[in-house]
Design a protein around this ligand. Structure first.
Ligand code: FUB
Length: 320
């Protein structure tokens, strides 16, 4: 049984984005390095340099490492920290989205293009124009339009962009103010740029009020994922310092999204990050914890487990 077990055991892996291409499941994780570093709130310990892609035939066979798909030395604009990626497909080409710090130390989003789901991917010369922060998730809707949702506060810098420009002294708003919003932007037809200025993706409580910054067990922190189930959009994410994976739903891709509940209670390790995918007729949650390293925050391992919806569309909370 592979469920809830480390899937990749020869190196550390995290932030799994799982996607199905050509009838096979591909995992796009971060590749955590086996290095000694102190943890801090800036996330300096997540000092990753390359990406591997993994292919899974079925849920009983360990994934196959397809090798290095992209290395930071081949990303002209990046200086360090290639964090959580995702991959989308259009007209037989594969578009690999990733965050990295630029030469000024500001996180930007990049895209690299390949002919196969496993790469290799060739990075564009510059980051996506107007991009910032981390954790891009690409979602293609039924009409073929693709969107990026993205963002992450603290080390992910989203809270330094509240005014629309980068403020190195920015941070989370006071508890009683609205929480920092994750972002959503439609992509151009060639998948390489934003077709619009990124919009706020607002998450509300049941009464329609935007979640407050002090609502730390529910407000957005990082690791967005967007999927559709029975005609409803599900936006899911990590609450960061309260270590939960949670979701909110909407009938409109741009939101507002209404609070839904907890998907996964805290795992071993500080970060929690996920994706949700349907494969071979069942729904799965891909996530990570730090089991292999005995709890070292920046030495994580990817796992998966089954995910269930109730008849009303709500997601059954999973205990890791
Ligand atoms: O892996 C580096 C960062 O840690 C990711 O970008 C975040 O989502 C968190 O998992």
């Amino acid at each position: 049984m592979l469920e809830k077990k480390p899937l990749i055991t020869d190196l550390y892996s995290a932030d799994p984005s799982a996607n199905v291409f050509n009838g096979k499941l591909y995992i796009y994780p971060s590749h955590d390095r086996d290095i000694e570093m102190e943890s801090n709130d800036n996330g300096d310990q997540y000092d990753m340099e390359d990406y591997h892609v993994y292919e899974m035939e079925d849920m009983n066979t360990p994934p196959r490492d397809c090798g290095i798909a992209l290395h930071i030395k081949d990303i002209p604009w990046a200086s360090k920290q290639v964090w959580a990626p995702d991959c989308g497909e259009k007209n037989g080409k594969y578009y690999f989205y990733f965050p990295a710090r630029d030469k000024e130390g500001i996180f930007r989003l990049g895209v690299a293009v390949g002919d196969q789901p496993w790469g290799p991917f060739k990075a564009q010369k510059d980051p996506i124009k107007g991009s910032f922060s981390i954790d891009p998730c690409v979602f293609t809707d039924d009409d073929g339009s693709s969107y990026l949702t993205f963002g992450g506060i603290w080390g992910g810098q989203l809270d330094k962009w509240k005014t629309g420009t980068f403020d190195p002294n920015g941070g989370e708003p006071p508890d009683e103010a609205d929480a920092v919003y994750p972002k959503i932007a439609k992509l151009t037809a060639d998948m390489l740029e934003f077709a619009e200025k990124p919009r706020d993706l607002v998450i509300t409580d049941d009464a329609g009020k935007a979640l407050k910054a002090g609502d730390r067990t529910r407000r957005f922190f990082e690791g967005p994922w967007l999927h559709k189930y029975n005609g409803t959009y599900y936006f899911s994410y990590s609450t960061g310092d309260t270590h939960q994976l949670v979701y909110a739903t909407s009938k409109n891709i741009y939101g507002p999204y209404t609070w839904g509940g907890v998907i996964l209670t805290p795992v071993l390790g500080w970060t929690t990050h996920h994706s949700i995918v349907e494969y071979q007729g069942k729904w799965y949650l891909f996530y990570h914890d730090c089991e292999l390293s005995g709890g070292v925050n920046h030495k994580r391992n990817v796992k998966f487990t089954s995910l269930e919806y109730r008849a009303d569309g709500s997601i059954v909370t999973i205990n890791p």
